[in-house]
Design a protein around this ligand. Structure first.
Ligand code: MGD
Ligand code: MGD
Ligand code: MO
Length: 772
């Protein structure tokens, strides 16, 4: 069990950073890298999307950003000898940890059908091979282009232009698995799919909600912001089924006084909601506020509601008719707790609502976010200093990728602009998102898969189904910095094209190039490479896309080579297509970058009616089938998504392993289990049984009836067909499971195709005493 005096940050963070630096980069090179990162003339942290504060510390980084950076600046390379010595089949058997830490990709690689080894080739040979593959495709929509959120605005814009010139909108991305639910919910309510706050708002806020996210591991620099807010008297309210020790106490790792003094409290309030219970919880809070408003109207912001919103009367009527006992039962909290949360909202004018994956990756995730927006609208907590909505983004440029056109559902307006600026007819039919791409692959409708970064296989749900889907594709092209499972599995024939990382100098036609990114708060700023490339001749992502486009598209109205030679020209083209990027090159010279227009922050809502929409909740039918526990999948402190930097999860007390399942003491007893024992986890969806074998029971302070296991190890349990309504995001945070002690005769880890579910519900319940 965790100890209650664990604090996030502190000496532990410093020590962990040094240890990692020592293994990956060397301590001096690491120190140089850390000094350049997030400085005004350096590069953007390749980790998360949390913004830099206006007054930057000399060293502006966090432990986890530092680990991501160490991996990018490692001196270990995968050379000819490496690929001669290890077959693809052997590499597939390696753990994600081993693949992450073995070294950088520096050689273009080719896999040919039925060959056991990757063959190193030159970039030029690779482009020729790719050209011949593209020319064989029987239909343009039979190609899928995936993007992870680390590409710069310039690379992302060029990539979508290439895909659309080729003839498809199949531009799925990691957002489909991440904040898609936020985009959908915010677009439908306030008219813009982004947050409304700036970092300064946190310092002014009276109350800050942290809903379903764990900044102590995933956005550690946010803790510095929260600490400032606490100093100014703000209350920080956590809503999370797991007790996250790192959210309770914090020591700033770059502040000497903080390292030795008492740890600072972050969370002032902690509510342990049931997994998937957030929609019910926020509806119950709205119920309490509206009911109280019957006797005291002043707790509503009537002026805001009248001037800026639509749908209030229907909303009020519906919410007051909701069965409150049912809501609190689903939320797994008491009415007294609902009252405390409601009062925090009703009695304060400056409230920020921040949320993450705990909300977006659930069946009713879109509605849960709309229910959060309802609360902000009731109280006018939007577009005022210290108040607003804050979806906390993941990848460092995931928001920017969307802004510059990475989406399978482009707006008509954007396509018209592309047509006008580039003189070609872009496809108008909407493309495939991640889940639909996997289904299309399974049905034999995809011939070519290309990925600009990311790890499509391990990031997607239903690992075994996704693996089979990727294997069925004829051709796969992965542009990447380090080796991962997708590169080993995707495509009967495959290319892996290594590229520069953001931290390396990118020289084209003799000139050092800059790129740009957009952070979680809509600020676009420049990023400059600092280190010499790990290998001479290593191409940038932009160079790879431009060279590929030149060859695949042949004579074109677009001068791809000029984009390759000078990235400022790409920015000019972005500005020609998206008004908000006017004077892009000029404005990028400002060391703090520039802010994209956010109408909602000015209380202007670009919805069809010009008003923010109240969401009218439905009475929700039971969302889960029979189960032993509701499983959520989470990140450890030592990973960045599918890159596993270490095997510890410091704050949660896990050491040297990842096959663990977090269960409450009460449930361990109820299910006849013992802490420390190995168990198999089973999910059954639409008649298909999925199993994750051999997880160790870790007794933990998690909401009774709920369990947690790490992503990507538990992805095998997430059914491809189980998605959030409206956003089609896999429900990685809400998986009903059965659990039973491991059968020693079963394989130690999940390895086969999903077996048909030939057990009856009653037999399945035998996996442990059922809850009901
Ligand atoms: N170091 C590091 N930093 C990262 C990443 C990383 O892997 N490592 N990933 C990046 C990316 S792409 C993203 S999207 C973000 C992710 O950052 P987070 O959104 O923090 O992601 P998760 O670790 O998935 O955290 C989910 C949190 O939600 C809680 N939770 C689970 N289920 C529920 C639920 O039903 N309701 C509520 N209220 N809470 C729930 C979990 O207990 C956990 O604390 O971080 C980014 N930053
Ligand atoms: N069960 C479950 N599944 C989840 C989640 C969950 O919480 N639970 N979270 C989801 C979320 S929020 C996300 S965002 C996705 C993440 O999905 P992805 O973004 O696809 O996955 P990553 O692990 O971030 O991708 C890492 C790989 O990107 C490559 N890479 C790193 N830097 C660069 C670069 O600069 N350029 C290029 N070209 N390549 C680079 C490296 O090869 C590395 O192996 O996973 C999702 N999957
Ligand atoms: Mo993400």
């Amino acid at each position: 069990m965790m100890s209650s005096n664990i604090a996030s940050g502190g000496i532990g963070a410093v020590w962990s950073t040094i240890k990692h630096a020592h293994k990956q980069t060397g301590v001096i090179r690491a120190a140089r890298a850390l000094l350049a990162m997030n400085s005004e003339t350096g590069f953007d942290c390749p980790g998360c999307a949390w913004p830099e504060p206006k007054h930057r510390a000399k060293l502006e980084f966090c432990e986890n950003g530092a680990k991501t950076l160490m991996n990018a600046t490692t001196k270990k390379v995968l050379d000819e000898k490496f690929f001669g010595a290890h077959s693809i089949a052997e590499l597939v058997s390696w753990s994600d940890y081993a693949l992450t830490t073995v070294g950088r990709l520096v050689l273009p690689l080719m896999k040919q059908e039925n060959h056991e080894y990757f063959k190193p080739i030159s970039y030029n040979e690779a482009f020729e091979v790719a050209q011949s593959w593209f020319s064989q495709i029987k239909g343009k929509e039979r190609a899928v282009f995936y993007t992870s959120g680390r590409a710069s605005n310039e690379a992302a814009f060029l990539y979508q232009l290439f895909a659309r010139c080729f003839g498809t909108n199949n531009l799925c991305d990691c957002s489909n698995l991440c904040h898609e639910s936020s985009g959908v919910a915010l677009n439908n309510t306030i008219g813009v799919g982004k947050g409304t706050v700036q970092i300064d708002d946190f310092v002014e806020a009276q109350v800050i909600f942290l809903i379903g996210h764990n900044p102590s591991s995933n956005h550690p620099r946010m803790l510095t912001t929260l600490r400032e807010a606490r100093k100014n008297g703000a209350l920080v309210v956590v809503i999370n089924p797991m007790f996250e020790p790192g959210l309770k106490k914090f020591r700033h790792p770059q502040d000497l006084f903080d390292l030795v003094g008492p740890a600072k409290e972050i969370a002032s309030h902690y509510f342990q909601v049931r997994v998937g219970g957030d929609l019910a919880l926020f509806n119950a809070v709205a119920w309490w506020i509206l009911k109280s408003a019957n006797s005291d109207e002043s707790i509503l912001d009537r002026e805001f509601i009248n001037q800026h919103t639509e749908g209030f009367p229907d909303f009020k009527e519906r919410v007051l008719s909701l069965p409150i006992d049912d809501l609190i039962d689903r939320a797994g909290v008491t009415l007294a707790e609902i009252e405390i949360i409601a009062r925090l909202i009703a009695e304060h004018d400056r409230v920020i609502y921040a949320w993450g994956m705990g909300i977006t990756q659930t069946t009713y995730g879109v509605n849960a976010i709309k229910a959060i927006v309802n609360l902000a609208l009731l109280r006018g907590h939007i577009g005022e200093l210290g108040a607003g909505l804050c979806p906390v983004r993941g990848h460092s440029n995931v928001q920017g990728n969307r802004t510059v056109g990475i989406t399978e559902k482009p707006s008509e307006d954007f396509l018209h602009r592309l047509e006008k600026v580039f003189n070609f007819t872009p496809p108008t039919k909407h493309g495939l998102d991640v889940v639909d791409s996997i289904s299309a692959m399974t049905e034999g409708q995809v011939e070519l898969f290309m990925a600009l970064g990311g790890n499509f296989l391990s990031a997607s749900p239903d690992t075994e189904k996704t693996s089979a889907a990727l294997k069925s594709v004829d051709f796969a092209i992965n542009v990447a910095t380090s080796l991962n499972r997708t590169h080993l599995v995707a495509g009967k024939n495959a290319l892996v094209l290594p590229c520069l990382t953001r931290v390396e100098r990118d020289i084209q036609s003799g000139l050092a190039q800059i790129t740009s990114v957009e952070n979680s708060m809509g600020i676009v700023h420049a990023s400059r490479g600092h280190f010499a490339p790990i290998r001479e001749g290593l191409h940038s992502e932009i160079a790879i896309i431009a060279q590929l486009a030149k060859r695949v598209l042949g004579p074109s109205t677009i001068d791809w080579q000029s984009y390759n030679d000078d990235y400022a020209r790409i920015r000019d083209s972005i500005a020609a297509c998206i008004d908000d990027f006017y004077d892009y090159n000029e404005r990028l010279k400002n060391p703090d970058g520039f802010l994209l227009t956010n109408l909602c922050a000015r209380r202007q809502f670009p919805t069809p009616s010009g008003r923010a929409q109240f969401f009218i909740p439905h009475a929700v039918a039971s969302e889960t089938s029979e189960h032993d526990l509701l499983l959520t999948t989470i990140r450890s402190h030592d990973q960045f998504n599918t890159s596993i930097y270490g095997l510890n999860d410091r704050y949660r007390g896990v050491k040297n392993e990842r096959q663990v399942v977090f269960i409450n003491e009460e449930d361990i007893k109820r299910l006849g289990l013992k802490a420390g024992m190995r168990v198999d986890l089973k999910s059954c969806h639409q008649g298909v049984l999925r199993t994750a074998y051999g997880f160790r029971v870790h007794q933990y302070n998690i909401k009774p009836g709920c369990a947690a296991a790490y992503f990507p190890e538990a992805n095998v349990l997430v059914p491809l067909e189980s998605v959030a309504y409206e956003s089609n995001t896999p429900t990685s945070k809400l998986i009903p499971i059965f659990i039973k002690p491991s059968d020693a005769s079963m394989p130690a880890r999940s390895d086969g195709a999903a077996a048909p579910c030939n057990l009856s519900m009653a037999e399945l319940a035998g996996y442990g005493p059922s809850r009901k």
